[in-house]
Design a protein around this ligand. Structure first.
Ligand code: PMP
Length: 458
């Protein structure tokens, strides 16, 4: 039967077994919350929080839904609110992926970006900003996923029984992350009654205070992490940590590697927090000496992170591809020609193609490659010079082969040279081609060197 509205497609997500990853003696199942209409687990609480506020009069016709969100709650709220005719205003920390912000804006939400590097109590902290905005806006309803009881209640009423039923009423452990705590508290409360043997396991980004708090009882200082949507610098009122039996801290690199592995091996496109959950679930499974039935969640779709987790250039830039650091120029090269980087141009391609590729990759120069050999370099300034020289024939320049405008005299440096040898070249304004023996490895620019120092300082 067709659904009456997209909101009726929230929930009843599928469960799938992982069969091509090493789960030790255990069986591991993933609940694909990525299949919800806006692509994440947060559609469930978004709908529940809005409908609870409608029911008790906190949200009325013409009202505004306000939220502090890492993105997914905002996208879920924007979906439900726009379908029901409310305005949505979201306060989002600026580390969040562009895809989520563009998605929320495309749904009609107004997005206020704020700093990611300040904590609770700072006026720019996303939750404090959202509250301040609500207080000055008539008809505004602050969804407040961190305290709103409708958030955990939605998981208790839907997510948990779906898991229990699909698992044939036999689950030994459920691995979850905590953003607001809604998933943990909702599923944990349901299982405590329906299936007391089921252990709740916390997957937490390294740097978050939650896993250390569970494991040692000590509330430490929060660090920073790049995984989105989970990990905390405080314990949200909606997060009942007493439900947690065991907790794992997972690094960004391990989380991202797990998301990438899940796509390669199982064909499941999952986001970064799902990588954290999967990595923790695999550690749990491999550590068990009895066969257990374990469930974890794909919290959101990897489509929200194609420009990050699934983008090799971004991953290399952040130092997450597991490349060895050798102290040589090799370490500084981001887009490696031998690894199939497509950011280059052939001499017989047009200036228009070179320009389009520079814009798409957000670079200011391209190596010119012919038969796997670097034969030139084309920089923004070469294109601009050609345009200025062309006078009234400016349109012709875009049709000119790159070979006619490129710089043919090349500055090269060995991949095995120490990093410090780049500095005199940059002082002379040069962009050297890095050579691995006689083979072209890639270009390095000032920004790559700055980035190299940033990663080294982490
Ligand atoms: N993963 C992602 C990607 C999320 O956006 C969120 C919600 N912030 C979670 C997991 C955690 O869910 P909860 O808020 O229920 O703790």
């Amino acid at each position: 039967m067709p659904a009456a509205s997209v909101l009726d497609l929230i929930g009843r997500t599928p469960l799938v077994e992982v069969t091509r990853l090493d789960t030790g003696l255990c069986r591991l199942f993933l609940k694909l919350e990525s299949q919800n209409p806006s692509g994440s687990i947060k559609d469930r609480p978004a709908r529940a929080m809005i409908e609870a506020a409608e029911a008790d009069g906190r949200l009325k016709e013409g009202g505004t839904v306000v939220e502090a969100t890492a993105g997914n709650t905002g996208v879920g709220l924007a979906l439900v609110a726009s379908r029901k005719g409310y305005r949505t205003v979201l306060v989002v920390p600026d580390k969040m992926s562009r895809e989520k912000i563009l998605h929320a804006r495309a749904l009609g939400a107004e997005v206020i970006l704020t700093r990611s590097d300040v904590g609770k109590g700072h006026p720019d902290y996303y939750q404090d900003l959202a509250l301040a905005f609500t207080e000055k806006t008539p008809g505004a309803f602050y969804a407040n996923q961190f305290e709103n009881p409708a958030n955990p209640a939605s998981h208790q009423a839907t997510t948990a029984p779906e898991i229990f039923e699909d698992m044939g009423w036999d689950v030994d452990a459920i691995v979850v992350g905590v953003g607001s705590g809604g998933t943990l508290t909702g599923i944990g409360r349901y299982m405590a009654k329906a299936s007391p043997k089921t252990e709740m396991v916390l997957a937490d980004p390294a740097g978050s205070i939650l896993a250390p708090l569970v494991e040692t009882g000590i509330m430490g200082e929060a660090g920073s992490w790049a995984v989105e949507g989970i990990g905390e610098d405080f314990v949200p009122p909606n997060c009942d940590l007493s439900l947690v039996k065991k907790a794992y801290s997972i690094s960004d690199a391990e989380s991202f590697a797990a998301s990438r592995d899940l796509l390669r091996k199982e064909g499941i496109l999952a986001g970064s927090s799902s990588g954290t959950l999967l990595a923790a679930a695999l550690r749990y499974c491999r550590g068990e000496s009895e066969p257990k039935r374990v469930v974890t969640l794909v919290c959101d779709s990897g489509a929200k992170y194609l420009s990050k987790v699934f983008n090799d250039a971004y991953m290399a830039q952040e130092g997450w591809l597991g490349r060895e650091r050798t102290g040589t120029v090799r370490d500084v090269v981001i887009n490696r020609f031998d690894e199939g980087s497509e950011i280059f141009v052939a001499p017989n391609e047009t200036v228009a193609s070179a320009f389009a590729r520079m814009r798409a990759a957000d670079v200011s120069q391209l190596p010119v490659i012919e038969n796997d050999r670097a034969v030139g370099l084309v920089e923004e300034s070469d294109l601009l010079d050609a345009l200025v020289r062309a006078g009234p024939d400016i349109g012709q320049v875009f049709k000119t082969p790159v070979g006619e405008v490129m710089a043919g005299k090349l500055e090269t440096i060995s991949a095995d040279a120490p990093v410090s040898e780049l500095l005199p070249l940059f002082e002379r304004g040069l962009v050297p081609l890095v050579m691995d023996g006689s083979k072209f490895l890639g270009l390095v620019t000032r920004i790559d060197l700055i980035n190299h120092f940033r990663i080294g300082a982490r």
